[in-house]
Design a protein around this ligand. Structure first.
Ligand code: 5GP
Ligand code: MG
Length: 197
């Protein structure tokens, strides 16, 4: 297993805290509240960890996009399923994503938010697969750049599973073919015992 695709809970907490400090510095000069908008479902853990390290008055909201997908195949035309539910006109908006892959999902979210005329949009993604990018998207903070593999854990799923893992691990090598079966030694392969590093 490649080291660059496995991130322990400790790695993640350390990096999220570092990025939070950088975000705090960025917004330090403003006395405006920041609207943090997480992209569901994958960003739920990240938003929870991030906002506990952010200063100032925050409004927290979520949007939901029907992006993923048939298994691990990217959807080039994702749909907004749930839009922003708080006022964002003239506000500072911080979008929080779990992972940017082709960029279509983030592009859709940014378009949706722009239509509501916020003062500014900034983006934090925990993971970034630059080699897979199909559309240019705004990203201001990246947790980790990763190679082209499919990862699960820390909010990210495969077929709805594995979101509860505190760490991030690759599910399989992506080779453009049908997903390989995850090796399972027990019925709870990732819950019992530690993931290999
Ligand atoms: P994009 O539209 O950029 O291709 O994909 C963005 C969305 O697809 C992400 O928000 C995430 O939900 C999902 N995604 C992309 N890559 C991965 C991955 O490696 N693992 C998981 N679990 N989800 C991914
Ligand atoms: Mg996502």
């Amino acid at each position: 297993m490649s080291k660059a695709l496995y991130f322990s809970e400790k790695d993640i907490q350390k990096r999220v805290t570092e990025v939070a400090h950088s975000i705090n510095r960025y917004y330090a000069d403003t006395c405006q509240e920041v609207v943090v908008i997480g992209v569901l479902n994958g960003s739920f853990m990240l938003v929870a960890d991030l906002v506990r390290n952010l200063y100032g008055t925050l409004i927290i909201d979520f949007v939901k996009v029907s992006s993923y997908k048939k298994g691990i195949v990217s959807n080039k035309n994702p749909r907004m399923q749930v839009g922003v539910s708080v006022p964002i006109k003239d506000k500072l908006v911080l979008i929080v994503e779990d992972i940017v892959d082709t960029g279509h999902t983030l592009q859709k979210v940014i378009k949706h938010i722009k239509r509501k005329h916020p003062a500014r949009i900034n983006v934090f993604t925990l993971l970034n697969k630059t080699s897979r990018r199909e559309v240019e998207v705004l990203i201001n903070w990246v947790g980790f750049d990763i190679p082209n593999d499919f990862v699960v854990g820390y909010g990210m799923d495969y077929a709805g599973k594995f979101r509860n893992l505190g760490h991030i691990r690759p599910l399989l090598k992506f080779r453009g073919e049908a997903p390989m079966k995850v090796e399972q030694k027990s019925s709870h392969p990732f819950v019992a015992g530690r993931a290999p590093d």
